[in-house]
Design a protein around this ligand. Sequence first.
Ligand code: SF4
Ligand code: SF4
Length: 465
Amino acid sequence: MGTANNSKETGRRAFLKKATVAGLGTSLVGTGIANLSGEGNPLSSVQPETKKTGKKSFSLFRKEYETIDDAYEISPDYQRMDQKNIIFGRWGWDPKYYKPGGRGISFLLKDASEVPNPNEHLKGYGPVEHALGRAAWAGHDEGAPLSNSGLANTGPLNDWDKFSNPKRKEPYIFESLEEAKKYVKRAALFLGADEVGIAPYDERWVYTKQFDVESVLLDGVAPEDAPHEEIKFPFEVKSVIAFTFEMDYDALRAQGGLSDASAALEYSHMTEVSHKVAVFLNQLGYKAIPAGNDVGVSIPIAIQAGLGEISRMGTLISEKHGSRVRLAKVFTDLELPPDKPISFGVQDFCVKCKKCAEACPSNAISLEDEPSLNPEFNSISSNPGVKKWYQNNERCFSQWEKMGVACGVCLTVCPYNKIDNWVHFLSEMVVSAPVGRDIARQLDDAFGYGKLGPQYVDAFWNKED
Ligand code: SF4
Ligand code: SF4
């Protein structure tokens, strides 16, 4: 990783000179300062297992759809998103967030360890948690820095030139498209993805342009002089391989620095695994663009790949790992038969549940009963045209600034934040039956799920396996 900076420079600059690319949902989620837990759970003996496990959901009402447009209402007037307008893109130019001569939201930049930690006196926010967080970010920061803010082609692990020019000139020919899909999916799981699915290439989810926030924040370029380039792929994309990465349950519920670390670790896995899948494709003579939050919006791609359903809090609920997932993808010229979008009761349950919206410390999550084609608020970071609940990214991000780490209260309190066990099974069964939805949330509360706060910090550090 010693050549990360040089590679980043050549790769990204070259891209910005040569390229001209192209967002359904963007949402911020991560961890919280509020202690929402309350001790003394009488049902503590049925606290969920904390190992990484997970099965496909048991749902009597599981459905498959041919396309995302069959599963969701998407306006014909839907417009692709400019990466400049996502909340992290705004660090570099929007006076609301950009401070001349400043470094943006410093806790999310790679040199954040040099920045004083304002909450160091709070349990779970100390130097040890902070150090763990920086270590967890390392794969992302060295391999594809600022891809978390939607900036593509920034480092050795997401270098467009490299992955668009495989050394093997004659692509390996699989016996069939289905065989190619089988090998690619198995390889992705072996290389570290928690779930993998195949989406068709759909330009609607690709950013129109990207703004070089890094040159502003790290190189001191004035926002008005920073590149803001249309992006276009250096090859014809035929398929998108989508992945989920499960966040650690114990770290997430401890909140503060540990919750931040749980997100950070998956950002590193996103970077590393998408890179490795791109290498796999290159070795077979196919072109690939590995991406985390960059290049396009991950949630609709993951939906198209059959990995889950969008939720009230604006994130994907994975069928296998629930609310605790991060997403990545690889664009490739290898033709692969797409998987099908699914539903397994999440949106129907969200109508009744509202736990995330009630727990959110910045009131960033809609309390409206039904989803809508337009957000209830005005924000350039919320792209209208898809029927869903819109998260107010500006309010959410203000909470992150206050905490000095990413917040993930919503992910943690969500009833889908649980590890597979009999309670999970029981809850899902109730969720799956319309008659049971009214009581499912109460059931979830009664079983003691969704608890979070600094009382779990010691449990995290004392865990032995
Ligand atoms: S939406 Fe609310 S609860 Fe979720 S991460 Fe943002 S501030 Fe935290
Ligand atoms: S907490 Fe409830 S309303 Fe919010 S996303 Fe999870 S299931 Fe949906």
